[in-house]
Design a protein around this ligand. Structure first.
Ligand code: ADP
Length: 259
């Protein structure tokens, strides 16, 4: 079966600094891939490549068997740790924004029956993420957890082929983070999503993922720290039926979990 995402011999270099080296990777449709690694290991660079915000210096990336388009598109949705939502739009308009933009690019502004259908779709998505009672509230009035629920709804309404999460729960209190784990797992199952999630929290990575990738440098040259880039140094498939066990080598590599 064609993987949804394939990296073939991908390198990222800035001048003489090598950030990622020789990334060969296939991601199966429906996977929940957690990405961990020390700060500076290239995790955000990896997400930017998948988003199309950055092009590899060498190598190729395919999405659904075709070269990934070198600009962000609706086939990839993203949720960042903060600031993903529009502060001047209320909750429902935040979710409608993408549908409106897409509608106006294809067939002019959404009006009449098409707009009503889009509103129903947006409302149903907001109910699913637990914001059904806050449709007309502005982001400044929402807690951090609720803002992340809104950011997830905003990304999912576009039905992305891949959902990218960049430390989405990193700024949340432990209890709220637990609620969000339940929410993202349920959405992943219901919508049969393919998710790539960068996290600093190794327990979170093993709890939510069906696979954990760890980025780090394989080789260090103390005389020339830029000479070698990061690669995928661990690639763990997880058995969802077994309780997650964090390997000692990885636990030592990651920052201590805060939740
Ligand atoms: P992580 O997300 O794992 O912390 P990043 O992907 O943010 O790592 O960064 C990886 C490395 O690439 C870092 O050393 C960072 O300084 C470097 N880097 C990222 N973007 C640029 C850039 N535009 N120019 C030069 N170096 C960069």
């Amino acid at each position: 079966m064609t993987p949804i995402l394939a990296f073939r011999d991908v390198w990222v270099e800035y001048g003489d600094k090598i950030v990622l080296e020789k990334i060969d990777l296939s991601v199966a449709e429906g996977a929940f891939v957690s990405v961990v690694g020390p700060s500076g290991a290239g995790k955000s660079t990896f997400l930017r490549l998948v988003l199309g915000q950055e092009a590899p210096s060498r190598g190729a990336i395919d999405l659904d068997g075709r070269p990934l388009r070198p600009e962000p598109g609706r086939d990839r949705g993203v949720v960042f740790q903060r600031y993903s939502v529009f502060p001047h739009l209320n909750v429902i308009d935040n979710v409608m924004f993408g549908l409106d933009c897409e509608g106006s690019m294809l067939r002019g502004r959404l009006t009449g029956a098409r707009r009503r259908a889009a509103l129903e779709q947006a409302e149903a998505m907001l109910v699913q993420v637990g914001l059904g009672a806050a449709l007309h509230v502005f982001p400044a009035q929402l807690s951090g957890g609720m803002q992340q629920r809104l950011a997830i709804a905003q990304a999912l309404i576009m039905r992305p082929r891949i959902l990218l999460l960049d430390e989405p729960f990193g700024a949340l209190d432990p209890g709220v983070r637990l609620d969000m784990h339940g929410l993202i797992s349920a959405l992943w199952r219901e919508h049969r999503l393919t998710i790539l999630m960068v996290t600093h929290d190794i327990k979170e990575a093993f709890k939510l993922g069906t696979r954990v990738l760890a980025f780090d440098k394989r080789r260090h040259d103390p005389q020339a720290p830029n000479r070698f880039g990061s690669a995928v140094v661990y690639d763990f498939p997880l058995d969802q039926k077994a309780p997650p066990v964090v390997p000692a080598a990885l636990a030592a590599m990651a920052a201590p979990a805060t939740a």
